[in-house]
Design a protein around this ligand. Structure first.
Ligand code: SF4
Ligand code: SF4
Length: 415
């Protein structure tokens, strides 16, 4: 999309500690320049997506309600690149981890977990399988699909770098079977590597069924290994990387440009020309929608992310974040707001839960204020996929209740 007139760079675009601005009002900044960083282990630096002038450090309310600092930059439209941008020199694993940190990369599939933490933490675990998550299972979203079609060699090179870092011989690329062209393309290029004896890369077609992309579901689909409650993929010998994040690693090693833009899907009946755009980070959502022809009519809801896990946006000025893979503009029947009624004990929420939880029982325990009972029912395993809310005929806000129940357990300090 065209360079926006201004960007709002949130200091919280990742899981972990927020960054602190390292620029001040009036500073001139260039594309790729560091503008926010943190000395905490779990965090990721933020870089300017435009060249221009810092208009100020402002407070930003995130979709979840948290208040964070943001650097407001007025773009000059010239997109001058910072002179320090050059490919990193990698001589060993520590260099690679440092480079991935410097790139500001986080899980681009929506998770937002800093990739360098994954590279550093899992390095000593006994990993035998690298799983590349290309499922992109939420309806509407096709950003990872376009990555497969347009940048398949970046994906392959990213796989080779990542597999070498973790010392794994087996890589499984997981793609839903509603993307046959992506499967064909990746099979084609991965076959060329196999013939050169660079390890085994298997492209696996999986049923198009939500929530295939959830990490725990994906590990079981790929390897048959089940991750116990409270454990990580590394505990069963796996590391999972989003497919677009993997491609980004390859590009960063080639050109040294940090994460300053991303491809995202703009879709829904409320937008005139839906499509995938490359968007500078920090661009206000209203500018992105304008670049897609604007609104079609009465907009009922704007979501950051997909219809199952996306968050409702209260303000069109909300900026695009690193982990945003989609903006959905819902109008008409797409955004009907249903009225909640009493639970009819049908059990559908239990039957669809991919984590084998009982959302209705957790909901009861939450309403009773019983944090110990909530914890006993393993609410920590909830991946907030939204399946229970979607299926519930009584339209009960079960996923929202799961989030509140988790917070209640944390607040009560129950282990
Ligand atoms: S959101 Fe609902 S269906 Fe999804 S994991 Fe949590 S309890 Fe289960
Ligand atoms: S799906 Fe809804 S109505 Fe059915 S048991 Fe679960 S909470 Fe109750």
């Amino acid at each position: 999309m065209p360079v926006p007139e201004r960007v709002l760079m949130s200091m919280q675009q990742h899981v972990g500690a927020p960054c602190t601005p390292v620029v001040s009002k009036g500073d001139t900044v260039l594309v790729g320049q560091l503008i926010g960083d943190s000395d905490k282990e779990v965090s990721a630096p933020i870089h300017s997506s435009v060249s221009g002038k810092v208009a100020g450090i402002v407070e930003l309310t995130m979709p979840g309600g948290a208040k964070v600092q943001a650097v407001e930059i007025h773009a000059d439209g010239e997109q001058r690149v910072h002179p320090d941008i050059k490919p990193p020199v990698i001589n060993n694993k520590a260099d690679l981890v440092a480079a991935v940190r410097a790139s500001g990369l986080v899980g681009l599939g929506g998770a937002g977990f800093p990739t360098h933490v994954k590279f550093a933490l899992y390095n000593n675990a006994e990993i035998d399988t690298l799983i590349i998550n290309g499922a992109e299972c939420e309806p509407y979203i096709t950003a990872d699909y376009r990555e497969c079609m347009e940048n398949s060699w970046d994906i392959l090179n990213g796989i080779l770098v990542t597999a070498e870092h973790f010392g794994v011989k087996r890589t499984i690329v997981m793609i839903e079977n509603n993307k046959p062209k992506a499967i064909e393309e990746l099979k084609r290029i991965c076959a060329s590597v196999a013939s050169e004896g660079k390890g085994s890369i298997k492209v696996k077609s999986i049923p198009a069924m939500y929530p295939q992309g959830a990490e725990k579901v994906m590990v079981e689909q790929a390897t048959g290994r089940r991750i116990p409650p409270g454990k990580l993929p590394s505990d069963v010998g796996c590391v999972v990387m989003n497919i677009t994040s993997t491609a980004f690693v390859s590009r960063y090693l080639k050109d040294g440009m940090p994460l300053v833009s991303r491809r995202m899907t703009i879709d829904g009946s409320g937008v005139a020309n839906p499509g995938n755009l490359r968007v500078p980070l920090g661009t206000p959502i209203q500018d992105v929608i304008k670049a897609c022809g604007g609104y079609t009519g009465e907009t009922k809801k704007i979501l950051m992310g997909g219809p199952m896990m996306g968050l409702t946006v209260m303000d069109e000025n909300m900026p695009v974040l690193k982990q945003n893979n989609a903006i959905l503009v819902l109008a008409g029947d797409e955004a009907e707001i249903s009225r909640e009624s009493a639970c009819i004990r049908c059990g559908r929420c239990i039957s669809v839960c991919p984590m084998q939880l009982s959302p209705t029982a957790i909901s009861l325990a939450y309403r009773a204020g019983d944090a110990e009972e909530i914890a006993r029912k393993n609410v920590a395993c909830c991946i907030e996929c939204g399946c229970c809310s979607y299926i519930c005929p009584a339209k009960r806000p079960l996923t929202q209740t799961m989030r509140l129940a988790k917070a209640a357990v944390r607040k009560a300090g129950v282990k």
